[in-house]
Design a protein around this ligand. Structure first.
Ligand code: ATP
Ligand code: MG
Length: 755
């Protein structure tokens, strides 16, 4: 058999990893060294050469987007067969398994995923019901506590309260929260994993089935697995399964969410006969970018240590731009993108990365003004938008009446005369009798409401019940259309003729489209694959499972709506990978993990912003920020541009940040320092004067020189302080005697020279 298609495009070390024996393997290597590529080729090797069925392979990625990309790459290597693979994120895979085994884990068949926004709402409501003061018990802190404990695999009764009344109260809330979720059939993200883990521990026969099935488990971005995920993997691979994990300790950036980079070190101890492979050649970035990345990360002390080299060209220097303020910074990025496109670069090649989501707003504004199409990746996510959640809440109620979060959202939206007081009594009855809001509402309709309230509530309950009946046999798309209309939401939004209202309707249309296109691709395949193999197990070995009948029959569960809703919750934040065609991509550095772009901007690289304020006094936190900077730098293939501003508005006040220490840690000979003008004192005290260039002034096409005196109709006398851009984009900065410093567009400025 010709296997050259699997091995041809690999170097020796990569080949060594791909062709490893039937054993555990740890591939530890720096950014852009081909870890993900090795993982993909390993799957091809396992199925094409070693003879494993795709059903025996489980591949775990960090995001849904990464998973889709990986599927595409595997399909191009092994074609149709890739269909049988199980691929997805930890959460996605756990969801599918829980769907299969909802009975064993004690969930209702129609359980729903609670995303973090819903979780927040549920907790807030709970705090109110428990009469806890929000100031003393901030919901954010409680949410973090609950998720943190779950990620460590701890239920309330596992937590040692000691004599600490604070922890005691937290645990009490955690417990109440758990009860509420259980009652409403709601499962938050951390719960997906925890239940799946408990499924392994409590149901050996289920575990045995999956252990027998997944002979090979491959994990990308292993450095960012948390304790629970790693425990889950360990148990799953516990029998004879082989783990193939790839990672980079220098790119561990989710410590704040419980990820444990120590898992890499632990791996070698937990498993026998681990094959270790190091990859050292980088294929992604220019020599300059790589050198900068290497020197930057060398400042961290907690490293396993490795170097990367590149056979590629040295490439251009990294441009560091000192901006006047955030608007100037954003404009600079726009000019650079325009210049890139003028030199026949594609817009979609450019990514603007930032430390926190809030930084995108000014950048978005500037891009809009410059008419440069862009997409925000992971910002206000499609499925997070209010109107989408509104529609989804009705759909969720159709699937599961006991979904309290959905009930809360839908009962009086659009307004249907169910007032605050009525709602409070529904909540009261629910709390008192420990029943879902739906049932409480029903009880109250039968007794105990005023006539008017009674009619409103009864109408709402009837509306949901009737809709559920009417949509039963419709396609997913038609279900959606019907619900949007009958719920009254469509009418409600149509009343709002503003730009925003229109946007809402467009989003709802997009949701209907999504329903039309929704096919149960991955989970359907998995379900079928699981069932067909399951039969074999039932006939053969596992008589226990056969007896209790719970385990492995072909699932009868077939509810595309429930799956669509789950998908919506899972994919929030990872929208529209394919629609990007030709738009600039905006995202946080966290979201850029694993990706690569020819042109990368890192903006707002200032002390207090990046590294973040919070991390400054904490050495470990600071090192995580530096790893994040390393991730950012190593996303760039050809050109990297870093910007910082001397002035910025933050939380309503004007601040004067200093450039980030990370800029100073880059090798000076790799940097081209771009400033507005020669007369501004460099604030980069650590930088050598020779690297300070007024590069923009070098190819000055404005017809004005720095230092030249000019006159403006409105602003009067001034002096040219900076020039940049060419053609219609050319701008000059003038320091006016009376009007201060201003940037003017040459085409409109109408400046006179004053010789
Ligand atoms: P990260 O740490 O950022 O996730 P990675 O180690 O997973 O990076 P890949 O994304 O797999 O790296 O590879 C980086 C780039 O180098 C990709 O464009 C990939 O196609 C390319 N590449 C990897 N190995 C080779 C090779 N042997 N020959 C040519 N190109 C390669
Ligand atoms: Mg990768």
């Amino acid at each position: 058999m010709d296997i050259s298609f699997i091995l041809n495009d690999l170097n020796d070390a990569q080949r060594d990893a791909v062709t490893a024996e039937d054993t555990h393997a740890l591939i530890l290597a720096g950014a852009g060294s081909g870890k993900t590529r090795v993982l993909v080729h390993r799957i091809a090797w396992l199925t094409q050469v070693m003879g494993f069925s795709p059903y025996n392979v489980l591949a775990v990625t960090f995001t849904n987007k990464a998973s889709n990309e990986m599927r595409g790459r595997i399909e191009s290597l092994i074609g149709q067969q890739a269909g049988g693979l199980t691929m997805g994120t930890f959460h996605g895979i756990a969801y599918r398994i829980l769907r299969q085994h909802y009975q064993e884990v004690g969930l209702p068949q129609s359980f729903q995923i609670l995303d973090s926004d819903d979780q927040k709402r549920v907790i807030k409501r709970l705090l109110k019901a428990m009469e806890l003061d929000e100031n003393q018990w901030p919901h954010k802190q409680i949410q973090a506590f609950i998720n943190g404990e779950k990620e460590e695999g701890r239920r309330p009764h596992h937590i040692d309260i000691g004599h600490n009344p604070f922890v005691g109260k937290m645990v009490q809330v955690y417990k109440a929260y758990e009860e509420l979720c259980q009652r409403s059939g709601l499962v938050d993200f951390a719960e997906l994993l925890l239940r799946a883990h408990e499924l392994w521990l409590k149901h050996p026969q289920v575990l045995a089935h999956y252990q027998a099935r997944y002979k090979h488990i491959l994990v990308d971005e292993f450095q960012d697995t948390n304790s629970l995920q790693y425990a889950w993997l360990r148990v799953l691979a516990g029998g004879s399964g082989k783990l193939f994990v790839v990672g980079d300790d220098d790119q561990s950036i989710y410590g704040w969410r419980g990820a444990k980079v120590e898992n890499i070190r632990q791996f070698d101890e937990d498993f026998a006969n681990v094959k270790m492979v190091k990859l050292e050649q980088n294929y992604r970035s220019t020599g300059t970018i790589l050198k900068a990345a290497n020197e930057l990360i060398a400042n961290n002390s907690t490293r396993m240590g490795k170097q990367l080299w590149s056979a590629g060209e040295e490439g251009d220097a990294i441009k560091v731009y000192e901006a006047f303020n955030e608007y100037d910074e954003a404009r600079y990025v726009c000019t650079q993108i325009e210049a890139w496109c003028e030199q026949s670069g594609a817009r979609s090649d450019a990514a603007v990365l930032y430390r926190s989501n809030a930084q995108s707003r000014v950048m978005e504004q500037a891009l809009m003004q410059a008419q440069i199409p862009y997409r925000v990746y992971g910002g206000l996510r499609f499925y997070d938008r209010a109107e989408i959640k509104d529609v989804l809440s009705y759909l969720r109620l159709l699937v599961n009446r006991e979904d309290d979060a959905a009930f809360e959202r839908a009962y009086n939206h659009p307004p249907r005369g169910i007032g605050q007081k009525t709602a409070d009594s529904i909540r009261e009855v629910a709390k008192h009798n420990q029943i879902p809001l739906w049932q409480a509402a029903k009880q109250l309709v039968e007794q105990g409401l005023t006539a008017r309230a009674k009619t409103s509530v009864a109408n709402f309950l009837a509306l949901i019940d009737n809709m559920a009946k009417e949509v039963e046999d419709l396609s997913l798309e038609d279900q959606m259309i019907k619900v949007v209309a009958q719920s009254g939401l469509q009418q409600h939004f149509e009343k709002d003729s503003s730009e925003q209202g229109q946007g809402r309707l467009e989003n709802i249309d997009e949701l209907i489209n999504a329903a039309g296109q929704f096919k149960m691709t991955q989970s359907q395949e998995t379900v079928e694959g699981m069932a067909s193999e399951a039969q074999v197990v039932v006939e053969g070995v596992d008589s226990q499972a056969q007896q209790d009948g719970t385990l492995l029959q072909k699932p009868e569960y077939d509810n595309p709506l429930a799956d669509f809703l789950a998908q919506a919750a899972l994919e929030a934040g990872e929208q529209q990978a394919d629609e990007w065609e030709s738009s600039v991509q905006l995202m946080t550095i966290h979201a850029a993990k694993g990706l690569e772009f020819p042109l990368v901007f890192m903006i707002g690289v200032e002390e207090g912003m990046f590294p973040s304020q919070r991390s400054q006094d904490d050495p470990l936190g600071l090192e995580e920020e530096r790893r994040l900077a390393y991730v950012g730098v190593t996303r760039a293939e050809k050109q990297l541009m870093i910007t910082f501003a001397n002035r910025r508005r933050l939380h309503g006040t004007e601040i004067y940040p200093t450039p980030s220490r990370f800029i100073k840690e880059l090798p000076q000979d790799c940097i081209d320092f771009v400033r507005l003008s020669g007369s501004v004192q460099p604030t980069m005290s650590g930088l050598s004067e020779s690297s300070v260039k007024t590069a923009l002034a070098d190819d000055n096409q404005t017809g004005f020189e720095i230092g030249e005196r000019v006159f403006h109709q409105k602003f009067g006398d001034g002096m040219v302080m900076g020039v940049e851009g060419s053609g219609e984009h050319a701008r000059v900065q003038i320091n006016f005697t009376h009007a201060g410093s201003k940037w003017l567009v040459m085409a409109y400025a109408n400046l006179e020279k004053k010789g």
